[in-house]
Design a protein around this ligand. Structure first.
Ligand SMILES: *[C@@H]1O[C@H](CO)[C@@H](O)[C@H](O)[C@H]1NC(C)=O
Ligand SMILES: *[C@@H]1O[C@H](CO)[C@@H](O)[C@H](O)[C@H]1NC(C)=O
Ligand SMILES: *[C@@H]1O[C@H](CO)[C@@H](O)[C@H](O)[C@H]1NC(C)=O
Length: 390
């Protein structure tokens, strides 16, 4: 019997942060006293009767009710019947297949209002083979903004991310599959990241990043920029060359016409609606799976082409992830320790003039930058309190 109050305390604690009590009108004190007395008396009577009738049954078959640890961690089925765990799963690891996950992740509530206090979050989705060399830089970036972001890491299946308990990356790895760069398995990993992130109903914007990416503005700037944007940021353009239109396969016709074919950077930012549409798309995805084979690179064409075909008006048609292609060749420039200076970071931050948004130049073009070598970490950490303003 001693355990009982603990069960109650935990249950009501859980309910308190999810269901803020609605304000009530004040009632006269006398009436309240009478009503409370009556309710207590009735509750007592009912409880007494129930207890007597069910005492034996309770203590033989329902002993686990008095052991909350077991109830919360072992009994998964029970967890899903609590709204709190349905709208934000506590464990990222699960045993759903991709098809099961994609189906569940694309469920849309018909009721427009959320029955809980929903603060929109940005989901940061990291696609990596293994280590995250900039996790400590990101930790500085995220610090103090808990509740406004979620992190998801897709690494190779046998890789375990090793970070300390107080890192934002702690236990943020999702169930993964092997990924071959340049093949459709890369798209599968992107969809898997999106789908896992969609399971948290508070995630509103979804950013895909790699382990070589760094943030170039502070969290409040990134958050406001994305949450308040009417558009998503997926680069899409018509490239009239063998590396653009040349990768279109006539067998995709008539579902996808060459005039609809687009190219763009893999590193995207999507709002919830577009993320759901992409995870839910099997028709066009299967066409890419079948007809976009080496040297087609599905990760550079599928999302840009799909959005161009169906959701062009929701897209800013540019990416928010900076990279340096200025040297030419098949790979962008990589920046290590010796490249990191205040003026270099400033040049990325001030590149807004080269971006347009609704045909107007923007003050901020890029929020993130990629292709940084692990050796860049230390000088970047030194710049967090100055030019990066974290
Ligand atoms: C994880 O990191 C800690 C601290 O850096 C280190 O001591 C430990 O050996 C690492 N564990 C594994 C399994 O790599
Ligand atoms: C992006 O391109 C689409 C065509 O695919 C167009 O409808 C849309 O207006 C463009 N977005 C912006 C912000 O210009
Ligand atoms: C970073 O700052 C520390 C302490 O101020 C300094 O010792 C170190 O040399 C700096 N590193 C770089 C790469 O600037």
């Amino acid at each position: 019997m001693k355990m009982k109050p603990i069960v109650k305390a935990r249950a009501s604690e859980n309910l308190v942060d999810f269901f803020p009590s609605t304000p009530r009108k004040d009632l006269p004190y006398g009436f309240m006293k009478l009503a409370c007395g009556l309710v207590l008396f009735m509750a007592g009577t009912v409880l007494g009767m129930a207890m007597r009738a069910q005492f034996n049954w309770y203590f033989t078959s329902h002993t686990e009710l008095f052991f909350p640890e077991k109830m919360y961690s072992a009994d998964c089925e029970r967890e899903t019947m609590v709204l709190k765990y349905f709208v934000k799963p506590i464990h990222l690891m699960h045993k759903m297949t991709d098809d099961e996950l994609f189906w569940r992740a694309t469920l849309l509530p018909k009721v427009q209002e959320y029955p809980f206090k929903r603060v929109p979050k940005v989901a940061f989705m990291f696609l990596t083979r293994g280590p995250l060399p900039f996790s400590s830089l990101w930790d500085v970036f995220f610090k103090g903004h808990e509740g406004l972001f979620s992190i998801y890491v897709h690494a190779l299946p046998d890789y375990k991310i090793n970070v300390s308990k107080n890192s934002a990356f702690y236990q943020r790895q999702i169930p993964s599959e092997d990924v071959q760069w340049g093949s459709v398995t890369l798209l599968e990993a992107e969809k898997r990241l999106l789908a896992n992130a969609l399971l948290d109903f508070s995630n509103e914007r979804f950013v895909l990043l790699s382990e070589s990416c760094i943030p170039v503005f502070n969290f409040p700037t990134v958050y406001e920029y994305l949450i308040n944007s009417a558009h998503s940021f997926v680069q899409t353009y018509d490239d009239d060359s063998p590396r653009g239109r040349g990768r279109y396969n006539k067998r995709m016709y008539p579902a996808i016409k060459q005039s609809q074919w687009r190219k763009g950077s893999e590193w995207f930012e999507l709002n919830r609606e577009l993320a759901i549409n992409i995870v839910a798309d099997y028709k066009y995805y299967r066409i890419f799976q079948k007809h976009c084979r080496p040297t087609c690179y599905p990760d550079e064409h599928y999302i840009p082409t799909y959005l161009n075909m169906f959701h062009g008006s929701l897209n800013a048609n540019r990416t928010v992830t900076w990279v340096d292609w200025s040297r030419g060749g098949p790979h962008p420039a990589t920046y290590g320790r010796e490249s990191i200076t205040e003026s270099f970071i400033n040049s990325i931050r001030n590149s807004g003039a080269i971006c347009t948004y609704n045909n107007e130049p923007t003050s901020i073009c890029y929020l993130f930058a990629r292709k940084f070598a692990p050796s860049a970490l230390e000088p970047l950490l030194n710049l967090t309190s100055t030019v990066m303003d974290f």
